[in-house]
Structures are given as structure tokens and as C-alpha cells.
Design a protein around this ligand. Structure first.
Ligand SMILES: Cc1cc2nc3c(=O)[nH]c(=O)nc-3n(C[C@H](O)[C@H](O)[C@H](O)COP(=O)(O)OP(=O)(O)OC[C@H]3O[C@@H](n4cnc5c(N)ncnc54)[C@H](O)[C@@H]3O)c2cc1C
Ligand code: FES
Length: 254
């Protein structure tokens, strides 16, 4: 059974409108956390179920997560203040697989999908692609720049950086650069585009899925996704078998 901990909120910043950057204290989670894992958070009395939020960074007894206010749960979480305690279960899930044999990695994230990729970017050498709706939604560009070989930022409306979908920017880059692993997290249309590009170019690709969740520990089946990996069940649980899968092993449904 995964440990549930009451963790003190030690830093809170609203980095852009409706997106909150929280740092909590936890020696155990900071030691155990792997890139791409998530926390299952009790947001407060307004929601019965915990809400999954990715670990953005974890070191020296501090665990950072960044979330967008979407509904009741995240709205209540955003009301927590420094000094309050947050009931957290984790770290949970199967994160990104980091292989020494990979020599030319690409990381691609879209919207709130960039947050779980930060710890990964700190841990591997990669060229990074970050996509956002518009200039006012761009986050963490400087932080990724500090830890990556190269960062390309794009906006869907062309108001900042590459003009268009970030998967297209990556596709153009791949015409002239070697790549043997793509790590991705973001909205489903982006993941589908990335999977298609990776498979057409014969590049291995890991995708992190943001499925709705219930228990977070493999007991309720709320988070099932269809798999096509030979020798396994037809459905996998995103909370325990994922959230990260190899793109060829999962069917990406809207
Ligand atoms: C493994 C995992 C990691 C995640 N990491 C992050 C993160 O780092 N930062 C972040 O901001 N969000 C993250 N999410 C999404 C986050 O869990 C949801 O936004 C949150 O649960 C919404 O809860 P709520 O009570 O505020 O909204 P609800 O009232 O439950 O829902 C509000 C709206 O959000 C939609 N929604 C709810 N859950 C999801 C979901 N899982 N994916 C997409 N849309 C959803 C609903 O359909 C609805 O339209 C992650 C999800 C998963 C599964
Ligand atoms: S959320 Fe319950 S099995 Fe995955």
C-alpha cells in the first residue's frame, strides 16, 4: 500500500493566471520520485476522490508540482496557503524509462504536459520542444533552457516562437537531426501527432497519458486504456501500468 503523507506547503506561486506552482516538504517522496510519476492529492472537502498531479521536480526533501485550476478539486487546492498541510499519496505510477543506450533524445510537451517533463529534462541530455496555446500561456521556458541542450517554444496562434503546432516543429527538426527516443506529454491531439511522427520515422516514443482517475492504485479500473502489447491484457491501468507507455503499446483515444 502506498504511503499517504501530510506534507507542509512551503512555497506557492501563481506563475500565470490559473496555474499554481507548489513546493511541499517530503523526504520520502523526494528520495523515491522518478521522472514521470505522479502524486494523488486530497484537494479538500469539496471532492471525494483524490486528483492526480505530476511530480515536476523532487530533491533535497522538497517536492514540486504545478497545476492548472480546472474544476472543484484544483480550485480548492489552489486555496491552500504556505504553512498549510496537504494530504498526498505517492509517488505513484510507472514513469519514463531512461536508457543509457539512448544517445539523441527529444522531449516534447504541450500545455500542462510540460510539467512532468522538467525532472526528466534535468536528468537526461535532450533537445526540448514546448508548445502552448498563446504567448500568455508560455511557462517554464527559462527553466528548461537552464537544463537542456536546446529549447524550441511554439504557440498554436503564432504569438510567440514557432508558429503552429509544436509536433510540426519537432517533425521539421527530425528531418536534419538524429533521434533515438522521444518523450512526450500533453493534450491527446499532440500525443497522436507525436506518435504518428515517431512511428513513421521508426523512432521509439514514450507517451504520458492524463486519464481521469479514481483510486490511483490499480483497484477501481476508472483509468483503463486500450493496449495492443502482445501477451498482455487488452486494457492497462494508467495509474499503475502508466501513466507512461511506449506509443506502440497503447491506443490513443480522445
Ligand atoms: C497522471 C496524471 C498527471 C497529471 N498531472 C497534472 C499536472 O502536473 N498538472 C495539471 O494541471 N494537471 C495534471 N493532470 C490533470 C489533473 O489531474 C486534472 O486537471 C484534475 O484532476 C482536475 O480535477 P478538478 O477537480 O479540478 O476538475 P474536475 O471537476 O474533475 O474536472 C474539470 C474539467 O477537467 C477535466 N479533467 C478532469 N480530469 C482530467 C484529466 N485527468 N485529464 C484531462 N482533463 C481532465 C474534466 O473533464 C472537466 O472538463 C494530471 C492527470 C493525470 C492522470
Ligand atoms: S485509478 Fe483506479 S485503477 Fe487506476
Amino acid at each position: 500500500m502506498k504511503k499517504v503523507e501530510n506534507c507542509k506547503l512551503i512555497s506557492k506561486t501563481e506563475i500565470i493566471d490559473g496555474i499554481f506552482d507548489f513546493v511541499i516538504e517530503s523526504e520520502d517522496i523526494s528520495k523515491e520520485a522518478q521522472c514521470g510519476q505522479f502524486l494523488h492529492i486530497n484537494c479538500g472537502d469539496s471532492t471525494f476522490l483524490r486528483r492526480p498531479i505530476s511530480i515536476c521536480d523532487a530533491e533535497n526533501g522538497k517536492v514540486r508540482f504545478i497545476f492548472e485550476v480546472k474544476g472543484k478539486g484544483t480550485e480548492e487546492l489552489a486555496k491552500k496557503e504556505v504553512g498549510d498541510y496537504i494530504d498526498v499519496m505517492g509517488p505513484l505510477g510507472h514513469g519514463f524509462e531512461i536508457k543509457d543506450s539512448v544517445k539523441n533524445a527529444v522531449i516534447i510537451g504541450g500545455g500542462i504536459g510540460v510539467f512532468p517533463l522538467y525532472k526528466l529534462a534535468k536528468n537526461i541530455n535532450a533537445d526540448v520542444f514546448l508548445g502552448f496555446r498563446s504567448k500568455d500561456r508560455v511557462v517554464m521556458e527559462d527553466e528548461f533552457n537552464d537544463v537542456s541542450n536546446m529549447v524550441i517554444v511554439g504557440t498554436d496562434d503564432g504569438s510567440y516562437g514557432y508558429n503552429g503546432y509544436i509536433a510540426s516543429a519537432m517533425d521539421q527538426y527530425l528531418d536534419s537531426h538524429k533521434c533515438d527516443m522521444i518523450y512526450s506529454c500533453g493534450p491527446m491531439p499532440m500525443l497522436k501527432a507525436v506518435k504518428k511522427i515517431a512511428e513513421s520515422r521508426g523512432i521509439k516514443c514514450q507517451v504520458s497519458l492524463e486519464q481521469r482517475m479514481g483510486c490511483g492504485i490499480g483497484a477501481c479500473l476508472v483509468c483503463s486504456c486500450e493496449t495492443n502489447k502482445e501477451g498482455t491484457d487488452r486494457y492497462a491501468k494508467v495509474c499503475t501500468n502508466g501513466p507512461v507507455f511506449y506509443s506502440e503499446e497503447v491506443t490513443l483515444n480522445d
